[in-house]
Each structure stands twice: as structure tokens, then as C-alpha cells.
Design a protein around this ligand. Structure first.
Ligand code: NAD
Ligand code: TYD
Length: 355
């Protein structure tokens, strides 16, 4: 039976879909607006697959969502679609409210309505909502890691929009019995991540001998999760998670930003000795992000104990794979950041699939 994925042309969604077909054949319909962060070329290996379909459209387009539910009768929705970058949310929160809150609301409403009309589908159905550790706010340096019962305290417009969505998802389970599951994960990294986020930005700038802008003193801590480890956690939650529950997923890799950037520089010194510079000399400390959360760290013992999940990559092994991927795919970064790519999207996907 079909899985309806939203936001599957983005970073985690693309990895999830490719990884899904590496593990089986169940069809996927991918509803994606193809915002600046959505890149259908990530899924090029599936171009001729009868089991994969990209639908260009907005999760807030209820008529379109309804038609997809009626047409495909999916056994699950895996909801990735979101505006995902904190800095963009600081400069312009509108899209975050539209997609992350209202878009999630529309999807929940349509799922609820569809299950009411198709009660025989309810038993096996799952609505898996992908969220973030940022909903929990900022941890003091020695505070224990976030658990599923840590109170919500979102600090950025992005985090607040995701927290709102999480609350809506929770309420649709408690009020309407919608079979929901929420995954709150830490910072992902890996192939296909848009080069506005820390790790790909630093890799690509360093390769180009450009400055590596570190906010503040670089002492903020994130808990880095290799994206395919996140994908395996989502598959596990989808197949075995308890309805109505939330699951924290992390990488067990707390690092300061400076440690992360130095590790990238060291890998590039090794891979690109002919650059004749030590890449860490490119590090530049810049003005801090407003409201910059000091530390995130996930306690993922619930998913480990209840569902038997654990990350398989260490930070060293995951970062090495990630740096290698960006070195091997220079044309990807040029395309996703260039106007040529945007024109290609308009030419190939303009208005198609919109109801
Ligand atoms: P991304 O920005 O790379 O991709 C988002 C995708 O959603 C894009 O393909 C975009 O075109 C699509 N999209 C945006 N608005 C849409 C709309 N209105 N309708 C349909 N599609 C739309 O994001 P990502 O990093 O892959 O994150 C995926 C999910 O995981 C998000 O919900 C994000 O909040 C969550 N998350 C991400 C991280 C991380 O480190 N990247 C960490 C925790 C949680
Ligand atoms: P980011 O990848 O934007 O993820 P998030 O804000 O969701 O954690 O940033 C990760 C960390 O890196 C965060 O502490 C901000 C910092 N950062 C920089 O120091 N410089 C940069 O250019 C970027 C994009 C992020």
C-alpha cells in the first residue's frame, strides 16, 4: 500500500525516500511544493520507477490533499514538509506560520475527514509527524538531555511554528483519535542538505576557499544525527511505534560549532592537500544569531528501549561520508543554489499537479 510523503524533495525527505526503496518496494507519493529547498533531482534514481510519483503542490492545498488521499488510499502519511531554517525564520516568519502551522493543520484536517469517510482504513493508518528538538528550547551546559517529557519552550519563530504543529498533532490524536506519532530529532547532516545549514555551508565554503562564518564564539552545542540514522528511526516508528506517542531521536554526538567546523577543515586538509592552505585559517567569527539557543542534546533511551533503535554512525564516520559526498557532487551544489536550477524547476514543474 502507498505511503504519502510530504516534503520529500527536501534534505531529509529525499534521503528517506531513497532509503525506503533501498529497503522495499511499497509505493510512495511525494507531495512537495518545491520551495527553494526542494530539489526533485535528488530523486532522479527513481525517475522511471512505477512505485514513485512526485506531485508538485502545497500541503495547505486541501483540495489537492483530499484528491491524493482519495486516489491513493495511503496506509500512512509521513509529514516532512516545512520551512526548516532558523535564520530564515528570523528574517521572515510568515512562510513558517503558513506551512508549518497552517499546512500541518490542513493535512490533519484532511486525514481526519478521510478516515471518517473510510473507517475501514483507520486500523492500519498512521500519521507520522517529523519535528525537532528545538521545540524544547535551550539547555544549560550541564543540564540533562531533553526527554519526551521536557516542557516545550521554543525560542525562534521556526521552533515556535514546529511546537504549534506538534501540539496540533497531539490534539488530533487526543480529540479525534487520529493515529498519530511524532518524531522529535536533533540536527541532521548528510548528503543533499541545502547549503544554508552549518555543515554543508562550511564544506562548500572551505572547498571554495571562502570564509567560514561562525556565529558568536562557536561554543553553541548541537547533537548531530546522520540523516540515514534518522530515516531508520522513522521507519521503525512507522512500523512499531505506539500510536499517540512521541519519540526523541538523537545522534549521541554533542559538539560545539567550532569543533564541527574544525573537524570539517581537518577532513578537507586530508582530502585536498593541494589547496595549500590549512582550511581552519578560513574560520571567521561573526555577529551572533539573535536568540541563539546555547545547547541541544537528546536523550533517546525511549526509542532505544521500546523499539530497539540506535544510530549506526559515529560523528567521525558520518562526517567523513558527508564531506566525501559534497566533494563527489560539486555540480549538485551549483545547481541548487543557481538561478538556472530555479528556471529548470519552473519549466519542468510549473503549476503541474496543482488542483
Ligand atoms: P528542507 O528545508 O530541506 O526540505 C523541506 C521540504 O519541504 C522541501 O522539499 C520543500 O519544497 C517542502 N515544502 C516546504 N513547504 C511546503 C509546502 N507548503 N507544501 C509542500 N511541501 C513544502 O527540510 P529538512 O531539513 O529536510 O527537514 C524536514 C523536516 O524535518 C522538517 O519538518 C523539519 O522541521 C524537520 N527537522 C529537520 C532537522 C534538520 O536538521 N534538517 C532537524 C529536526 C527536524
Ligand atoms: P543550523 O545548521 O542553521 O541549524 P539550527 O540552527 O537549526 O541548529 O545551525 C547549526 C549551528 O551552527 C547553530 O548553532 C548556528 C550555527 N551556525 C553558524 O555558526 N554559522 C552559520 O553560518 C550557520 C548557518 C550556522
Amino acid at each position: 500500500m502507498t505511503i504519502l510523503v510530504t516534503g520529500g524533495a527536501g534534505f531529509i525527505g529525499s534521503n528517506f525516500i531513497l532509503d525506503w526503496f533501498a529497503h522495499g518496494t511499497e509505493p510512495i507519493v511525494n507531495l512537495d511544493k518545491l520551495s527553494y529547498a526542494g530539489n526533485p533531482e535528488n530523486l532522479r534514481p527513481l525517475k522511471d520507477s512505477p512505485s514513485y510519483e512526485l506531485v508538485h503542490g502545497d500541503v495547505g492545498n486541501r483540495k489537492l490533499v483530499r484528491s491524493l488521499l482519495d486516489k491513493h488510499a495511503p496506509r500512512a502519511i509521513v509529514h516532512f514538509a516545512a520551512e526548516s531554517h532558523v535564520d530564515r525564520s528570523i528574517h521572515g516568519p510568515d512562510e513558517f506560520i503558513q506551512t508549518n502551522i497552517l499546512g500541518t493543520f490542513s493535512l490533519l484536517e484532511e486525514a481526519r475527514d478521510w478516515l471518517e469517510k473510510n473507517a475501514h482504513r483507520r486500523d492500519g493508518f498512521r500519521f507520522v509527524h517529523i519535528s525537532t528538538d528545538e521545540v524544547f528550547g535551550s539547555l544549560a551546559p550541564s543540564a540533562p538531555r531533553f526527554t519526551e517529557s521536557t516542557p516545550y519552550a521554543p525560542n525562534s519563530p521556526y521552533a515556535a511554528s514546529k511546537a504549534s504543529a506538534d501540539h496540533l498533532v497531539r490534539s488530533y490524536h487526543h480529540t479525534y483519535g487520529l493515529p498519530t506519532l511524532t518524531v522529535n530529532c536533533s540536527n541532521n547532516y548528510g548528503p543533499y542538505q541545502f547549503p544554508e545549514k552549518l555543515i554543508p555551508l562550511m564544506i562548500l565554503n572551505a572547498i571554495a576557499n571562502k570564509p567560514l562564518p561562525i556565529y558568536g564564539e562557536g561554543s553553541n552545542v548541537r547533537d548531530w544525527l546522520y540523516v540515514l540514522d534518522h530515516c531508520s528511526a522513522i521507519r521503525q516508528v512507522l512500523s512499531q511505534g505506539r500510536i499517540g506517542e512521541t519519540y526523541n531521536v538523537g545522534g549521541h554526538n554533542q559538539k560545539t560549532n567550532l569543533e564541527v567546523v574544525n573537524a570539517i577543515c581537518a577532513l578537507l586538509d586530508e582530502a585536498r592537500p593541494h589547496n595549500r592552505i590549512r582550511h581552519s585559517t578560513l574560520i571567521t567569527f561573526v555577529k551572533d544569531r539573535p536568540g541563539h539557543d546555547k545547547r541541544y542534546a537528546m536523550d533517546f533511551s525511549k526509542i532505544a528501549i521500546q523499539l530497539g533503535w540506535a544510530p549506526s554512525e559515529t560523528f567521525d564516520s558520518g562526517l567523513r561520508k558527508t564531506v566525501a559526498w559534497y566533494l563527489d557532487n560539486p555540480e549538485w551544489a551549483v545547481r541548487v543554489t543557481s538561478g538556472t536550477y530555479r528556471q529548470w524547476i519552473d519549466k519542468n514543474y510549473g503549476n503541474r499537479g496543482q488542483a
